[in-house]
Design a protein around this ligand. Structure first.
Ligand code: CO8
Length: 373
């Protein structure tokens, strides 16, 4: 069987960032306006008043301190509460493609690959800014890559599912080298007027180069020892936005057309599912959790990651064993585990092993066991 490696990663971080205090100030200003406007209905019991958010709650419940975003002003305007991202003409590079090209260039430089070395582009993320043409084809064109490209969506698990598709293409010989990118503009589908979730997400893009070990020349190369994907249907994380919305006017703009979740249920159900998934994937490869140098986990909630690591290791994780980027980036959906891998892989020695693992809506779980060459 052909040996397949991850030979480069890249990260595009939007320059703008919103702290918890800034986000909460805007949210509380919106709450004051809403309660004032609806004072009579609230007084009569017809409407419930909105409750304020707090920075302390956010950091304690999630571990998030700030998030990077494409646009800050629109989100922080209490009269708007969503980003302003101007539409672009068809002749211009689209916003998600632009982020992807930036992340891809870094991944290609790290892998020592030019466009001519790459045969396929996969865009794997939670939300695509249009149904077609596929963003992957636009990115392919912008970078001058031949071959083929396609978009795929498995919500927060898109990147690990994308790595498996890339590895399979290399193994099957349909591509020598694959660029897999995760352009996430989570702020575009987050309800910033809902205090239960207004703090959760941020924007970012990650990129991964997957190729045959025979062609890899990068200093940092990680052999993919195995991938394992699993899905179990759940309505606990859902977004009903889609092309059929206009076919029933009653639902247009309703709350369910943006991200909604039962956070507590997700936490309780997903932690054991992920710990079991990783443990059995390792066992299948004659490996054990304590042998792993690092778990690069999906970044949704700090307590969730600490608990998953503890279940796997039978003790608290040491700093560096399950690195956290959630404090600066928040939940960036599919990009989270790849940001962690991108920032925290250089210190591993040849022969060290680790697991990249994502989990989220679907439910979906994907794990990629890697060994540094
Ligand atoms: N400020 C103050 N108080 C608050 C706030 C706030 N902002 N929000 C809620 N509260 C209150 C609640 O009303 C509740 O009050 P009460 O006890 O009186 O009812 C109390 O605080 C506790 O609320 P919760 O039980 O909701 O708090 P939790 O401790 O459960 O924390 C979390 C909430 C942080 C959401 C937590 O449950 C969590 O992180 N769960 C895991 C969720 C998860 O992993 N989700 C994955 C989703 S991501 C994914 O799969 C990708 C989807 C596609 C991307 C979409 C991009 C937009």
């Amino acid at each position: 069987m052909k040996q397949v490696v991850i030979s480069g990663t890249g990260l595009y971080t939007p320059p703008l960032s919103i702290s918890n205090d800034e986000l909460v100030a805007a949210f509380n200003a919106y709450v004051a306006l809403y309660n004032e406007r609806n004072a009579a209905a609230i007084e009569s019991g017809e409407l419930e008043p909105l409750l304020e958010s707090s920075s302390e709650f956010i950091e304690k419940a999630s571990g998030i301190k700030s998030r990077h975003v494409i646009d800050k002003n629109g989100i922080l305007d209490p009269l708007r509460m969503y980003p302003y991202i101007p539409e672009r003409g068809n002749e211009q590079l689209s916003v998600q493609a632009e982020m992807a090209v930036a992340a891809a260039r870094e991944a290609m430089a790290n892998a020592g690959k030019s466009a001519a070395d790459i045969d396929a582009v996969i865009v794997a993320c939670s939300n695509m800014q249009r149904p077609y043409p596929a963003m992957a084809i636009e990115i392919q064109n912008a970078l001058g890559i031949n071959g083929f490209g396609f978009d795929m969506n498995v919500a927060c698990s898109s990147a690990t599912f994308g790595i498996e598709q890339a590895a399979n293409a290399v193994k099957a010989g349909t591509a020598r080298c694959v660029l897999m990118v995760n352009p996430e503009i989570c702020s575009g589908h987050l309800e910033f007027r809902d205090r239960d979730c207004h703090f959760i997400f941020g924007d970012v893009c990650t990129a991964v180069i997957v190729e045959s070990a025979d062609t890899a020349t990068a200093a940092q190369r990680f052999e993919i020892l195995g991938t394992r994907l699993a899905t179990v249907f759940s309505n606990n994380i859902r977004n009903n936005f889609g092309f059929l919305n206009r076919c029933d006017e009653a639902g247009v703009g309703a709350r369910d057309k943006l991200f909604v979740q039962e956070g507590r249920k997700v936490f309780k159900e997903v932690v054991p599912m992920v710990a079991e998934h990783i443990a059995s994937h390792l066992q299948q490869n004659q490996l054990t959790p304590p042998q792993m140098k690092c778990f690069w986990l999906h970044q949704a909630n700090l307590a969730m990651n600490l608990l998953i690591a503890k279940r796997l290791l039978g003790r608290e994780a040491e700093p560096g064993e399950a690195p956290v980027i959630l404090d600066e980036y928040a939940n960036t959906s599919s990009a989270g585990s790849i940001i962690a891998f991108h920032k925290f892989h250089a210190d591993l020695a040849a022969g060290d092993t680790g697991v990249i693992c994502s989990f989220g809506a679907g439910y979906s779980v994907g794990s990629v066991i890697v060994r540094k060459l």
